[in-house]
Design a protein around this ligand. Structure first.
Ligand SMILES: Cc1cc2nc3c(=O)[nH]c(=O)nc-3n(C[C@H](O)[C@H](O)[C@H](O)COP(=O)(O)OP(=O)(O)OC[C@H]3O[C@@H](n4cnc5c(N)ncnc54)[C@H](O)[C@@H]3O)c2cc1C
Length: 300
């Protein structure tokens, strides 16, 4: 049976040649052979088992907010988690949420219930699943601080629940950086606080982002990880690269740690800019910047 027909067994939303620029915050990326929205855990486990057994390449997409997809796109199946896989349930200070849930929505709903702990995440434009994989963090907060346990699917072992400790969180790191697996849902431990204080904190962090980050342009946030003992943005700025551009791919003037798409950049241009920035920063400072952004597809 053709792959398309197989995939239709697990989802009523299967697309061919789906432009990935529609699904990434960089607004670049060519077509994915197949794009599948998966609505519940059973369907997800079945489709993942099918893809694994048949050695069909697949990629779990969150919100595409830390992703650079090549102009040639992706030869395989993109999976996106929706519906039941993006639900949320509160029980006192404990929250269980699906991996497909938007982190901003989660933070806002927690604040609405006077639950503190996710204020730092209120401006991160990813899904909960993506935030777990990346151990997303900002302004002194990180996912590791609020995760109690994570339900995952591993193709070889099946569904497992790992504690926060077993997730091996580190700076922009989790066990999923080393081992193939999919986040299904997460249990978070928050704590009751004063609603007004929580809401004020969120508003304050939002204002800090608005003034310091180039939110008016498409980007994937900080392109590079923070090297030990330095800041990527400062190293890039000190190398004289603020505003440096290849086509519409540009080092932000406002925050040099962000590479932005000023309109019609291609993935190839952004990629070349990444490489040039790395080379020039290394020449100027000796630091080798590592990308935080994940590359998908062929680039060289
Ligand atoms: C304007 C802007 C500001 C940002 N600010 C911050 C910030 O302050 N702090 C920060 O840490 N990041 C920041 N980011 C980067 C980004 O939002 C985070 O890294 C986020 O956690 C990525 O989530 P995502 O759902 O978009 O993941 P994607 O970019 O879609 O994917 C990231 C990785 O996670 C994997 N993945 C996604 N979902 C699952 C799943 N369910 N199971 C297994 N793997 C999965 C993907 O396969 C991929 O490897 C920012 C980005 C932008 C555009």
């Amino acid at each position: 049976m053709e792959i398309y027909e197989q995939l239709k067994k697990y989802s009523d939303d299967v697309r061919r040649d789906e432009p990935m620029r529609k699904h990434t915050t960089f607004r670049v990326g060519g077509p994915a052979d197949f794009f599948v929205s998966v609505k519940n855990k059973d369907a997800l486990v079945e489709v993942l088992s099918f893809l694994h057994e048949n050695k069909v390449p697949y990629f779990l997409l969150g919100n595409g907010s830390n992703l650079l997809v090549s102009d040639a796109g992706y030869r395989g199946v993109i999976l996106q988690l929706t519906d039941e896989l993006a639900q949320i349930a509160f029980d006192g200070e404990t929250v269980r949420a699906g991996a497909g849930l938007q982190l901003m929505r989660l933070a806002a709903q927690a604040a609405e219930r006077s639950l503190s702990g996710l204020e730092f995440a209120s401006g991160i434009p990813g899904t909960l699943g993506g935030a777990i994989v990346m151990n997303a963090g900002a302004y002194g907060g990180e996912m590791v601080q609020v995760v109690e346990s994570v339900d995952l699917f591993f193709p070889e072992e099946g569904i497992q629940t790992l504690t926060g400790e077993e997730m091996q969180f580190g700076y922009r790191h989790s066990i999923l950086k080393e081992k193939e697996g999919v986040v299904l849902s997460v249990v978070l431990r928050l704590h009751f606080g004063e609603k007004e204080t929580i809401i004020d904190k969120i508003a304050d962090l939002k204002e800090q982002r608005r003034t310091k980050q180039p939110l008016e342009y498409a980007s994937a946030g900080s392109t590079f990880k923070r090297p030990e003992g330095a800041f990527a943005g400062k190293l890039i700025s000190d190398a004289g690269l603020k505003g440096y551009a290849i086509g519409d791919a540009c080092v932000s003037e406002k925050h040099a740690g962000f590479l932005v798409n000023k309109g019609n950049a291609t993935a190839a241009e952004i990629y070349r800019l990444i490489r040039e920035v790395q080379q020039k920063v290394q020449q100027a400072s000796g630091y080798r910047l590592e990308t935080e952004v994940i590359l998908l597809g062929d680039f060289e």
